[in-house]
Design a protein. Structure first.
Length: 603
């Protein structure tokens, strides 16, 4: 048995652990504790073993250093959400746990593990005794110091968790080896030693300790492991993006960092600019010159890009902007998630500024929607905004390998491919998109500016021409909604749902899992997830609403921005629809959405 000074039980563990193929582990610590690294190694180990896994990272409001936490979910079944309640909580110290308490809900019978270096007695830890937690104190710092360095206590933790919970220990060892394979032999050996020390501690000191949960699994084919931001950048590269210009801003900087590594290998360029205005200006210029270009940002940066967005819209220049949303307004909370930029993305700018807004719903879909955004931008010659968010963008998860070749890429229709008639850049005769002339192309001379213009691009102050040009620009969006809208509205859940959930973006993960849970309990629930938000594909969303008795619209912002936008375009019966919207900071939980559906049923 372990020494009472290093391990203690606040509540008696069950005689046998609860076996589960779906486990949620939370880890909390200070800067330097390696909290995020240990969580990512667990996810990497699970992916290598063919399991589904995801990690939700959370940081304090500071930009560098400070406290952090992560929540890791590993499952034999496809993971849709991050998991509502922790089966296991690891706290390197309780002061940091206090900063994340509202984000880390604990399950009854939770296994709580903390470092003996934190002197809090087991009976005084900040965990509700009504949950009947099982508490273990383990000398992580001291053990890591004994085998080499206190900095390796996060690796030692992995050894403890693997042995204690029956996690895939071979996968964990492989993940650690892969992470440090480019380091010196001394570093690799030190981390292996720390991992072995964690496992040895459990076998030596905790063999008679009954933990409340044990993970059961079967090994499968390895899965891809990526974040939403990485998948989005990968999709941009696949779509033909060869210029990325951006300014670092949380939580979109990962897109820039990924493309900085990869673009040069494909003849592309990454430019870090002095601000977001310069970034979007460079992208507009590059696209006008014939190069597919993208920038990414977050809410504060998007607000600075508005004027250039209008220029691309009136000049009909393809442009892709990825907005990885965070809590606003203004600087808000840079490290937390919120779906709060839809109103800005859909409406910001002087005049009737046309633009397209799309939203991916999971990590793999970030790849698909990046390709789709470039295709739409080129085909309809319009700015396209991709609305992701911190939760989706920085969420790392294992996904099924996908064939990148099944996603076709649309190339630009350029002047010279449609005969020898005089070039009219903005022709009005057929309502179709006019081919673009590359600068310097013989016969393709035309005027381009932010002024209203006639067919050749020459400026005009004619109200009649302005009306016709406005109609021309917006007709492209109407055609997009008709032609592509039905395939860009996804439905999940029951084939014949009685109740419905309408949501967009990352919220669909918890909504889909809520529907899956309710459907298993005999309640027919469907989920409607528009990927094309603006222009709104009215017909397929209306068809879904007509197919259910009642529907709840779920949205992670205070105002319900998308719901009110959709109400202006859809015949939404208030007696059959209700809005559930709240401010961000934390993603929705599955339980939260389940409660809303059940309340809808009782209404």
């Amino acid at each position: 048995m372990p020494d009472p000074s290093t391990a203690a039980h606040l509540a008696a563990a069950p005689s046998a652990p609860r076996k589960t193929d779906d486990i949620v582990i939370g880890i909390v610590g200070s800067g330097g504790d390696g909290v995020i690294s240990s969580g990512e190694l667990l996810v990497s180990a699970a992916a290598a073993e063919g399991l589904y896994a995801t990690i939700l990272k959370s940081f304090g409001p500071q930009i560098r250093g400070g406290e952090s936490s992560c929540r890791v979910r590993i499952s034999q079944e496809e993971v849709l959400s991050y998991g509502d309640r922790l089966d296991v909580l690891v706290a390197f110290n309780w002061a940091d746990f206090g900063r994340f308490r509202e984000e880390l809900a604990l399950a009854p019978g939770v296994l709580v593990i903390y470092d003996t270096r934190d002197g809090t007695p087991p009976e005084e830890i900040p965990v509700d005794p009504a949950l009947a937690p099982v508490v273990l104190r383990i000398p992580f710092h001291d053990l890591a110091t004994e085998v080499g360095s206190a900095l390796s206590k996060n690796i030692l933790l992995l050894g403890v968790l693997g042995e204690l919970l029956d996690l895939p220990t071979d996968g964990i060892a492989g993940a650690v080896e892969r992470k440090f394979r480019r380091k010196s032999e001394e570093v690799r050996a030190a981390n292996q030693k720390a991992l072995d020390a964690g496992r040895a501690y459990v076998l030596r000191e905790l063999t008679d300790t009954q933990v409340p949960v044990a993970f059961v699994h079967q090994k499968g084919e390895p899965k891809l492991l990526m974040t939403g931001n990485e998948a989005l950048a990968f999709g941009a590269l696949k779509a033909g993006c060869r210029l990325y210009a951006g300014y670092p801003i949380t939580p979109s900087s990962d897109v820039m960092e990924w493309l900085a590594n990869e673009l040069p290998r494909f003849g592309g360029t990454m430019m870090q600019t002095e601000d977001e205005i310069a970034a979007i200006g460079m992208c507009v210029g590059a696209s006008f010159g014939g190069t597919k270009a993208m920038t990414s940002t977050a809410g504060p940066g998007l607000s600075l890009m508005t004027e250039f967005l209008g220029l691309a819209a009136i000049a009909e220049i393809p442009l892709v902007i990825a907005d990885i949303q965070r809590v606003g307004p203004s600087t808000g909370i840079p490290t937390k998630t919120e779906q709060c930029d839809f109103a800005h993305a859909a409406h910001a700018g002087p005049g009737d500024t046309p633009r397209v807004v799309v939203a991916p719903y999971d990590v793999a879909d970030c790849f698909r929607m990046a390709v789709e955004a470039f295709n739409i931008a080129e085909e309809y010659q319009t700015p396209v905004l991709i609305l992701s968010d911190q939760y989706l963008g920085q969420r790392k998860e294992s996904v099924e390998p996908f064939d990148i070749h099944r996603w076709p890429v649309v190339d630009r229709v350029t002047f010279g491919e449609n005969g020898s008639e005089p070039y009219r850049r903005y022709r009005l005769d057929d309502g179709q998109v006019s081919p673009m002339a590359i600068p310097g192309q013989a016969g393709g001379e035309h005027t381009i500016s932010g002024l209203e213009h006639v067919e050749t691009g020459d400026p005009t102050s004619s109200a009649a021409v302005h009306a016709r040009m406005n109609a021309r620009r917006h007709a492209k969006l109407e055609r997009l909604a008709r032609e592509r809208g039905p395939e860009l509205v996804r439905t999940f859940g029951a084939e014949r749902p009685e109740l419905g959930i309408v949501c967009w973006g990352s919220t669909s993960a918890q909504a889909r899992e809520a529907a899956r849970r309710l459907n298993r309990e005999g309640l027919a629930v469907g989920v409607c997830v528009p990927q094309l938000l603006c222009p709104l594909p009215v017909a397929p969303i209306a068809a879904f609403l007509d197919s259910v008795e009642r529907a709840v619209w779920v949205e992670l912002n205070h105002q319900g921005q998308f719901y009110h936008y959709a109400k202006g375009r859809l015949d939404v019966d208030p007696a059959r629809s209700r809005l559930y919207a709240r401010s961000g900071g934390t993603p929705f939980s599955v339980e939260e959405i389940v409660d809303q559906v059940l309340a809808l049923r009782r209404a």
